[in-house]
Structure formats: C-alpha cells, structure tokens
Write a protein that binds this ligand. Structure first.
Ligand code: FE2
Ligand code: FE2
Length: 399
C-alpha cells in the first residue's frame, strides 16, 4: 500500500455534522451496534420507510446517518457509494436491539422483488426461488461474532428444505442465472454456493454421498466466506487488482472464517467441524497453487490433500462468482463462466467433480435456450419488443 492510499480516510462533512447526531464510540459502546452486510443493506432503498435508525461509522466516530423520519433512497445510495470507496474503517450499523426490525424490512422488500421477477420472467422456477430465499436469509445472518444457535438453526432448516425440495438441477442452475438478469440485488453469493454445492454433491457418481453428507457440503457452501466479515471493506470492494499486501489480507478470510466457526462450535453451536474445514480449504487448488496451505489433490489419496467437501464447494464458489456482478466485473453468462472454468479445470479442480458439473451446466444452458425460443415467439408480442426475450427482460427490469 502506498503512503497516499494509507492516508485516505473518510472525513465527516460539516453538513453531515449539522444534520446528524455524531458521537465517539469505544469498545464498550460499540457492542450495542450490529454491522450490516454491505451487499444486502442497499435493498432497503426500496423499503419506502424504516422504523429504526441506520448508523454509519467512520473511524472512532458513529453517525446517526438516517433517522426513520428522514429516510430516503438517496441517503442509502450515499452510504453505498461511500462504502465502495477505498477509505478503510467505515461500516454501516443498526442497534443490536433494532436488528430484527432491520431483518423484517429486508425480508419484505425481497419478497416483493421475488414476486415481481416471477411475474416478469416465466422461466424462473418459483420453488427454486423459495428455497433460495430461505438460504439467502440464513446467509445474511452470518456475520462476525454472530454465528450463534439461531443462525445455525436457520442455516440447517434452509439446507434441509433444499434437500427435501429435490429441485431439478438444470432448472435450479438456470433460475440462478436468470435471477441475476432480472434483478441482481436478489442474488446472494453464499446462498447460491450452498445451492450449487448441494446440487453437485447429490449428483456425484464416483463418490455417492448420504443425505447427511450432502447437507454438510451445502452448509459448507453457506458458511464458506464467513471470514470475509473480518476483511476490511476497502479491500473487499476494491474495483481494481489487489496489491500483494491486500491479497495477503484477502486470503485470511479462509483461516479467519475457520476460526470463527471453530469458536462457535466450541461455544456449543451445532455445526460440524467439516463445515469449518470447507471455509478453510475452499481456495485450495488441485495442483497446489491455492491458499492458505497449498494443499493438493484428494485428501482420500494423500494426508496433505483437499477435503472432498471443499473440492465441491470451490467449484460452486467460482461459478457463482463468475455469473454475478462484482465491483470489478460484469456478470458473465453461464456459457462464458463455464468456458473460463473449463480452461482452469486441469490445474484447479478435481475433474471427477468438475466434469459432471460441466454437464449439468451444459444441460441447463440448452434447456434455457429452448425456453427462451418459445418465449421469443409468445412473450415478445406482449412485451412489444422486437428483441430477444433476454434483452427485453433486461430493459423491463431496469425500468
Ligand atoms: Fe472465498
Ligand atoms: Fe465465495
């Protein structure tokens, strides 16, 4: 990091000081606040109103940035834009006591959005969307120091629902990528990794897994990035390439996530240790060039190998990251995502897992091409667009 970057920090504007209550916080008073997930909280823009204040922290000062009576989408946007800047030590909070209110607000906005996209895109599967919503509600609860029995129960319930629903893999995979097209704010990385990992684990031919094992793989997907809540936002949200130092910090999300989970397990949270192992090993790579340990191959063949669950989750993780929009890249189509992964596969993934996964993606792509052709014939007349359905949808959903 250069000196110039180091010295950058958020300066509270005079007008903000005039408009808002600003106060110093110390370790004790800080415990009253709960940090919000940056990807999720901008959804509040569409809440219409809120019944709790939102706080913004800059260094050791806390700003009561949005009081319920002055709520506006513009203020949410202001926080969102600031969080995306490389300023370090800034975060957004609600009072611990208000957290349930915050969650209710998020849930109701998301439900409205789900209903809307289901009306918009007839290729989306309502059952997949329902399971996904439960997984994403659980994933949003996973924050630093917040992995308690409530979170664990919610995660377990969501994963069992995924199992019970016996979703068709091609339809589930297709629905995930169509959802991004319709409304990218509904997507949730960890929820999609849980869903994809569960689907892959169910379809394994060479190593068939029991229902309980598949559930652990899927839980591993849900918690795999738990350590990211410990990585500073300016690094997490950095649009450009990481400096070697920043990359080293980023890498710690594997060991920190593992530690968080082990801590929760020690305190009595009913999480299997293999779930923590997934968080630790999901960035290892087949030929040993991954992190944090440079493990390679299969644990079944070599004591320094990568655990099967982590080998599954890493594939789901990369695919999910490729099809979603990130600050540094656009959302890739399933075709592009799988082409990129195919090139990486020999050095990165266990081919015995990757091959069936690739087949599933191919199957899903074909199925959705068919669905789209039919829609182009029937639906476009309704939409009044001389365009492909996908393009028409994109335009419609941005209105
Ligand atoms: Fe990760
Ligand atoms: Fe991830």
């Amino acid at each position: 990091m250069t000196m110039e970057q180091k010295s950058k920090h958020y300066v509270i504007k005079e007008e903000t000081r005039k408009r808002c209550k600003v106060f110093k916080i110390d370790e004790t008073s800080f415990k009253r606040f709960r940090k919000l997930n940056h990807e999720q909280f901008p959804v509040l823009k569409e809440a219409g109103s809120i019944n709790f204040p939102i706080y913004f922290r800059a260094g050791d000062e806390m700003i009561e940035f949005i009081r319920p009576e002055e709520f506006s989408p513009l203020l949410i946007d202001q926080i969102k834009t600031t969080l995306e800047k490389p300023l370090g030590q800034i975060d957004v909070f609600v009072l611990v006591a208000d957290y349930p209110k915050y969650q209710n607000a998020i849930t109701s906005v998301r439900q409205k959005k789900y209903k809307h996209v289901l009306e918009l895109d007839p290729t989306l599967d309502p059952k997949v969307m329902e399971v996904f919503e439960d997984l994403s509600a659980a994933s949003q609860m996973i924050v630093k120091g917040g992995i308690n029995n409530l979170v664990v129960t919610k995660a377990k319930e969501a994963v069992s629902k995924l199992m019970e629903s016996q979703l068709e893999s091609a339809v589930s995979i297709g629905t995930l990528s169509r959802m991004i097209l319709c409304d990218s704010t509904l997507y949730d990385h960890s929820a999609s990794v849980a869903m994809l990992a569960g689907i892959i684990a169910t379809q394994l031919i060479k190593t068939p897994l029991s229902k309980e094992e598949v559930e652990l793989v899927s839980q591993g997907g849900l918690y795999h990035d738990a350590g990211k809540t410990c990585v500073p936002n300016d690094i997490l949200n950095k649009p450009g390439k990481f400096s070697p130092e920043e990359y080293d910090v980023m890498k710690t999300h594997t060991t920190l996530g593992n530690e968080e989970l082990i801590k929760a397990i020690t305190k009595g949270a009913p999480i299997d240790r293999l779930v923590a192992k997934v968080a630790l090993e999901h960035h290892e790579r087949w030929d040993g060039h991954g992190y944090p340990f440079g493990k390679k191959g299969r644990l079944e063949d070599d004591p320094h190998g990568i655990h099967l669950y982590a080998r599954i989750v890493m594939i789901a993780d990369v695919y999910s990251a490729l099809i979603m929009k990130r600050v540094y890249k656009e959302a890739y189509t399933p075709q592009k995502a799988i082409a990129i992964m195919k090139d990486l596969a020999p050095t990165d993934y266990d081919m015995e897992i990757f091959e069936p996964f690739r087949n599933m993606i191919d199957k899903s792509i074909k199925l959705y091409e068919e669905k789209e052709k039919q829609l182009d014939k029937s639906h476009l007349i309704i939409l009044g667009e001389k365009d492909s359905f996908a393009n028409a949808l994109r335009k419609l959903s941005h209105k």
